[in-house]
Design a protein around this ligand. Structure first.
Ligand SMILES: [Zn+2]
Length: 159
């Protein structure tokens, strides 16, 4: 898939440390970034609006985070969930951490929350998901829908 789309991040660079320090980047699918945490749109989503929230610092486990870091990450998980609820109106969410390869982590050295919106008709959705995963424009449409919410959040958090 990465070869087809030509969009895979450089393998030597941590996905959760995207280049630059701008709070938003459409190219990198960064919806929100400040000094402590960031939120990305997952390039390989399980569902439309699948977000990833991580601390800025390269840390593998919740036990590696300082209380303030954990607090900031959890705040962003809460705020991102609220944004998804407002913009995409899902019927539910799966929110969680996969810590370690054995637990299903694709990237196991930089912890990240998955926020996956769920709809009653997920099964119908899943049948078109394969197509969505091959058409990067869908990601950009979702990014553009969510971005204004995260821009407002950034202004609110930094005023
Ligand atoms: Zn990292």
């Amino acid at each position: 898939m990465e070869h087809v789309l030509g969009t895979a991040p450089h393998p030597s660079h941590c996905l959760f440390e995207p280049e630059g320090d701008q709070p938003h980047s459409r190219k990198l699918l960064v919806l929100y970034r400040d000094s402590g945490r960031l939120c990305l749109l997952n390039r390989f989503p399980y569902a439309n609006g699948h977000l990833l929230v991580a601390p800025v610092r390269h840390a593998a486990c919740v036990t590696d985070l300082e209380p303030q870091e954990l607090h900031e990450v959890n705040d962003l998980v809460q705020q991102a969930t609220q944004i998804l609820r407002e913009e995409l109106a899902p019927d539910g969410f799966n929110i969680g951490l996969n810590l370690g390869r054995v637990a299903g982590a694709g990237i196991d050295d930089h912890l990240h929350y998955h926020i996956v919106p769920r709809w009653q008709d997920d099964h119908n959705f899943m049948t078109v998901l394969a197509e969505i995963r091959t058409i990067p424009e869908h990601l950009e449409i979702t990014y553009d829908r969510l971005l204004p919410h995260f821009q407002r959040l950034y202004r609110l958090n930094h005023s």
